[in-house]
Each structure stands twice: as C-alpha cells, then as structure tokens.
Design a protein around this ligand. Structure first.
Ligand code: NAD
Length: 299
C-alpha cells in the first residue's frame, strides 16, 4: 500500500504540513485544493488533481483535511466528489466534522464499497509541522490497520474504536477542554492584569503550579503575550467544534453547564470579530470589557 499513491484534499494550515510530512516519509501524493496558493509549498513533489473525483480516480486511499462538515459532505458526495472517482476504497477524514457527519458519510460510502475512517487530529499547526499530532482513528479495524502506517508519518495514532464517529467524538472532547482552558485562563489573567500583576510573571507562576494548561504553556507565551495572534487555528473553527460538541452532548442527554457558558463566550467573540480571527484573539474581547491589555511589559 505504501507504494500506492495517496489522495489528499485540503492542504491548508493543517493539511499542508501533514501532507508535506507524508511526502517526506516517502509517500506519493495526489493533491487537490481550491486555492492554488495552498499547493505552492509542494513544488513538483506531488501530483495535482483538478477535482476530488480526479484524486479518487488516482488513489485507493483518499484523505481530507477540510474546514467544515458541509464542505466534507460536498467533497465526498457532491458533484465531481470522491464517490465519482474510480479507484477510491478507503476514505479518511482528518478534519473535525463531528460524529453525525461521520456516521452519515460512512453509511453513504458503504453503498459504494468505500470504507470510511475518522482520523481527526490535535496538536495545532506546530504539531502538524513537527509531525507530532495526536490522530484519533476510528472505523473498521482492517482498513484502520492499512492507514495506520501512513498516519504514523504525521503523528501518534490512537485507534479509539470500530464505530464511525468515535474518533470525531474523542476530538470534540479534546477541543471542548482546550477551549474551556483558554477561556478560563483569559478571564483569570485579565483579572490579574487589572489588579496590576505582570502577565508574563503570572504565566510563569501558573506553569510552575497547578493552574497550568495548554493556554498557559503555549498560547499565552507564543501568541498572546507577544501580541502575535498567529496560532493558525481560526476562531470560527473553534466555534464550529464547540457547536458540534454541544450538539453531541445534547443528543446524548448529557448536561453541559460549563460547556454552554464556554460556547457562549466564543460565540460572542466570533460575533464581534468574525470567524477569521485567530483563535488566540479571544482574549481581546475580554480585554475590551475591562480596559486592560495582557501583554509582555516592555523592558
Ligand atoms: P484551513 O482553512 O487552513 O485549510 C482548509 C483547506 O481546505 C484550505 O486550503 C482550503 O482552500 C481547502 N478547501 C476548502 N474547501 C475546499 C473544497 N471544496 N475542495 C478542496 N479544498 C478545499 O483549515 P485548517 O486550520 O487546516 O483546518 C482543517 C480542519 O482541521 C478543520 O476541520 C479544523 O477544525 C481541523 N483542525 C485544525 C487545527 C488547527 O490548528 N488549524 C488543529 C486541529 C484540527
């Protein structure tokens, strides 16, 4: 299988570096993206396809890393979609699209003799570049075993179960916690800054104590304190993940008092600044309420 071409659709912030890591590991890729710019970093190392159908006529394994569930649905089942290809045998969704879509797509693809696997990833753009994302793989084991060595070139693969949607649900749990940690940390740090504490020192103290989380360890030092705001994960995509997480909880009759509040805060930020803000910009909306700016003090 590793000598076969691998199809890859959607080479943006995450898909781009993940696909580059697959190329670096020796896999031959046939790639499609609607943005010509997204294909530039590959030079002549890949084959370019004009449509998802063309990708799926060149490769048995077709992976996608696309922004939203409706886009994935269209790329798989729509006109010139993956199902119109002639070779496709295994479909792998690396995007975060939720369990409802994963189940629906798996059911439709089954009719076409294609096995669907969820393989959403966590680790951000930095993890995608380093090849260290956590891959949450689910779906029929024989197909999962075929793609595991391919996915090993982008990070650590966790097989989480045989049912479609299990990988997606695992990923939503991860992002619900990540969004909660970032929101709570932003609130707390804004309070400290308003009191007069030094933001950089607060982050150092938290990272030596029990308040530490992915926001204090990475987002604050890398993007928020230097006012860089270039984490590479769009705020609108975080809102999408929170909506999917809350929808999943609701369908299971699992109460989410904390999750609801966290979603409201992120929705508010999206309403104020739009979906294309970097997700690290959430704090700006809390700063606006209080009149403080959380930044490294100038020496
Ligand atoms: P992105 O917007 O940077 O990349 C998406 C790519 O898909 C773009 O290059 C875009 O041109 C392309 N695309 C859009 N519609 C298309 C279509 N119809 N056909 C072909 N190509 C199309 O998004 P991203 O940040 O790379 O996120 C991709 C997925 O991964 C999302 O589901 C996101 O939630 C998830 N994710 C993102 C991160 C992150 O840190 N950015 C981390 C983990 C998971």
């Amino acid at each position: 299988m590793s000598k076969d071409k691998i199809g890859f659709i959607g080479v943006g912030n995450m898909g781009g570096p993940m696909a580059l890591n697959m190329v670096a590991a020796g896999h031959q890729l046939v790639v499609h993206d609607i943005r010509p710019d997204a294909l530039k970093p590959f030079g002549n190392k890949i084959e370019i396809a004009a449509s998802p159908a063309e990708v799926a006529s060149a490769a048995e394994v077709v992976m996608v890393s696309l922004p939203r569930p409706e886009i994935v649905q269209n790329v798989v089942l729509g006109r010139d979609g993956i199902t119109s290809g002639t070779r496709r045998r295994i479909f792998v969704d690396l995007s975060t699209t939720g369990p409802r879509l994963a189940r629906a797509v798996a059911e439709e693809l089954k009719k076409e003799d294609v096995v669907a696997l969820d393989a959403p990833v966590s680790g951000g753009v930095a993890g995608a570049v380093k090849g260290t994302v956590a891959v949450m793989l689910s779906g029929p084991k024989p197909a999962a075993d075929i793609v595991t060595p391919l996915l090993a070139s982008i990070g650590k693969v966790f097989y989480v179960g045989a049912e479609p949607g299990m990988g997606q649900t695992m990923k939503l749990i991860n992002n619900l916690l990540s969004a909660t940690a970032q929101a709570a940390t932003a609130e707390a740090i804004v309070m400290g800054a308003k009191f007069g504490l030094d933001p950089k020192l607060m982050i150092e103290v938290l990272n030596a104590g029990t308040g530490r989380n992915t926001a204090t360890e990475a987002k604050f030092p890398n993007d928020i304190l230097p006012r860089r705001f270039k984490g590479g994960f769009a705020l609108g995509l975080m809102v999408k993940d929170l909506k999917l997480a809350l929808e999943t909880a609701e369908n299971l009759h699992v109460p989410m008092w904390i999750g609801q509040t966290v979603k409201e805060l992120w929705l508010y930020a999206e309403g104020r600044g739009g979906p294309d803000q970097d997700s690290t910009e959430l704090i700006k909306h809390l700063e606006a309420w209080t009149g403080v700016t959380v930044a490294e003090k100038q020496p």
